[in-house]
Design a protein around this ligand. Structure first.
Ligand SMILES: [Zn+2]
Length: 89
């Protein structure tokens, strides 16, 4: 887990990692991404569920979004906690 990532859910697919908010490098679109199995979701309204995930590799490279970018998006209300501490895993 990198610094400053915003967790929104425990991954329902692999059940081994957090789903965090990331930003597509090319389009700047925010989407959700599992740090373990790399599953992606692009619609906050549909939630982080097995049925609503995207086909593998729908997005390309991503960069960490800023808090400001997240706060303007629909993902904002889904944040569970911001991870600014090192995890011992
Ligand atoms: Zn996963």
């Amino acid at each position: 887990m990198e610094k400053g990532m915003y967790k929104i859910a425990w991954c329902p697919l692999c059940e081994q990692g957090w789903v965090v908010i990331v930003k597509d490098k090319q389009t700047s679109q925010l989407y959700a991404y599992c740090t373990e199995c790399e599953t992606e979701w692009n619609d906050p309204a549909k939630g982080i569920k097995e049925e609503s995930c995207l086909p593998f590799g729908a997005f390309g490279q991503f960069v960490p979004p800023t808090f400001e970018e997240i706060s303007k998006s629909d993902w904002y209300k889904y944040i569970k906690e911001s991870d600014n501490e090192q995890q011992t895993d």
